[in-house]
Each structure stands twice: as structure tokens, then as C-alpha cells.
Design a protein around this ligand. Structure first.
Ligand SMILES: [Zn+2]
Length: 287
């Protein structure tokens, strides 16, 4: 990914430039909006504007994701370095890899299980129906720095693309930004809420990007238990069911109906700071 290609993609993936394919339920983006020169840039980078991936059902998703297990390209070291490069901002796409990778490591084969509370699988949050997903647009969103790793479908598309890409290194500035973020959590006042922390993080100017891409970082660290929450213990090496995590939101007093703040990050409280043991376990080489 280069800044030049990113500029072309930003122009291409606009809502006004999409035509809805009702049969597959995806938006198709029209390259005609681009100049010849811009289309050449797509070609040069072998970027397919409308790559669509089909998932037959829930079990197909899980099988596809699990097929990436033990890929030699997806080492723990690479994932951590890529994530830190994402936090620091030298490689924004790195922000999404950590929680996707943790899903890959821990997800077990299981039967689709729906409970009345949520219209998706209680275990993994995915659905059990034929699904076409706009792979190219998702990759674009990941390159912008969004985390999008709430389902195995997203985790699969994320990592399947990542393993075709060159390995990146985290710069000294990236590592510094990561450590500054951890320090900011360590120094939290006991009664600080996630929303207040996000404001303090913005004011500290440690991390680039909008509130959503920053929140993706915090949510990823919370999913691995590095950032604790008040309700449920999470770990990088254990699976916790989607329904068991999300249903804790009922116990949250501080969201006041704000649906954009989700568990597990939404369940943090200043007094919980950072789980130092979990931080050492996951990021020991960096902290
Ligand atoms: Zn499931």
C-alpha cells in the first residue's frame, strides 16, 4: 500500500459511487469515476476493485478461518510487530491484526448456536446463511486503520490478505507510541471511564486517527485481557463466547445508551489500569 494508491481508493470507495447488487447484497464500485492514470495505479498494485468472497454458511466461515492455522506467514512475532506498527501509525493496517489473530488461535469447530438475545451465533457472532462479502472494500477499511474483527468472517478475510503482503517492521516511534499508550492506562485515575480515557488519549496526541480507529486498538488489547474489564477475564490463549462477552453490557452503568462503546473495552475502569502479567505474557519482548 502506498499513499498514491490510498488516494485512488479513497476516491473509488465512496457511497455515491456504489451500485447495489441486490442478489448478492453487496455494493459494487464503479471504476469509471477514476482517470486513466488512477486506473493504471490500481493495475500497478494489482488492486481488484470489487473482489467478492462467498461464504456458504456458518461452518464454511469457521473452516475457512481455521484453514489459516499454522500458516508460516502468521507468526506471533509478525503479528505483534505489525500491531505495534499499527498503533504507532507507520502501518495503520496493523491495528486490526491482533484480535483477528487471537480469534484464529483460539476458535474451535462448533455448531451454530443461536439464543434469543442476539440474531447470530452465541459462540462466535457470525451468521448461518449464504453471505457475499466485499473483500476489497473491507481491505480498504483495514488499511485506513479500522479494526473490524468482530466476526470470524472478518478475521479470515483480514489474515488471508495479510499473509500475501510483505512483512513490516515497527519503527522506534511506533514502539514509543505503544509504550506511551500503556503508561497512559497505568496512570489512569481510579474512577476514569473508557470515554474519559479516550479524551485523555486524544489530548495526549500519542496516536493518530479518529476515535473509532483508536478505539479498535483499545478493544483489541481488551480482547486479549491486556486491558482488563470489570466483568469477565479474557486471555490471548483462551476462547470466550461472543454472547458471554457482549451480554455483560447489560451491567454497564456508564454507557447511557451509547451503543458505539462495546464490551470488552466498555467494561474497563481506571482502577483496573493494565493487567501487567498479561502485558508481559503477550508483549514481553516490547515492554
Ligand atoms: Zn459460531
Amino acid at each position: 500500500m502506498t499513499p498514491k494508491l490510498m488516494r485512488v481508493l479513497r476516491k473509488l470507495y465512496k457511497y455515491q459511487n456504489a451500485e447495489y447488487d441486490a442478489e448478492r447484497r453487496v455494493s459494487i464500485y464503479n471504476e469509471q469515476i477514476l482517470s486513466d492514470k488512477e486506473r493504471d495505479i490500481l493495475q500497478e498494485h494489482q488492486w481488484q476493485s470489487n473482489a467478492i468472497t462467498y461464504f456458504a454458511d456458518h461452518d464454511d466461515v469457521i473452516e475457512k478461518l481455521r484453514s489459516l492455522k499454522n500458516s508460516p506467514e502468521l507468526t506471533q512475532e509478525r503479528i505483534l510487530t505489525t500491531f505495534i506498527a499499527g498503533v504507532g501509525g507507520s502501518y495503520l493496517r496493523g491495528r486490526s491484526v491482533l484480535s483477528a489473530w487471537s480469534k484464529l488461535n483460539n476458535i474451535a469447530v462448533h455448531t451454530y448456536l443461536e439464543k434469543p438475545e442476539y440474531r447470530c451465533c452465541w459462540v462466535c457472532a457470525d451468521h448461518n446463511e449464504p453471505n457475499y462479502l466485499h473483500d476489497s472494500h473491507l481491505q480498504y477499511c483495514l488499511y485506513v486503520g479500522n479494526a473490524y474483527s468482530s466476526t470470524p468472517t472478518y478475521a479470515y478475510l483480514n489474515l488471508a490478505h495479510l499473509l500475501t503482503q510483505p512483512v513490516v517492521a515497527a519503527t522506534a516511534e511506533d514502539k514509543h507510541a505503544f509504550l506511551s499508550l500503556i503508561d497512559l492506562l497505568r496512570n489512569a485515575p481510579d474512577d476514569e471511564t473508557p470515554g474519559q480515557f479516550e479524551k485523555r488519549l486524544t489530548a495526549a496526541k500519542i496516536i493518530k486517527g479518529d476515535v473509532y480507529t483508536k478505539r479498535g486498538i483499545l478493544d483489541s488489547l481488551a480482547r486479549l485481557g491486556v486491558i482488563p474489564n470489570q466483568f469477565i477475564t479474557l486471555s490471548d490463549r483462551a476462547w470466550t463466547n461472543f454472547g458471554d462477552i457482549v451480554s455483560c453490557e447489560n451491567q454497564l452503568k456508564n454507557t447511557k445508551g451509547r451503543s458505539d462503546m462495546e464490551m470488552p473495552w466498555a467494561g474497563w475502569k481506571g482502577r483496573l489500569k493494565v493487567d501487567e502479567a498479561q502485558l508481559q505474557k503477550v508483549f514481553g519482548a516490547y515492554v
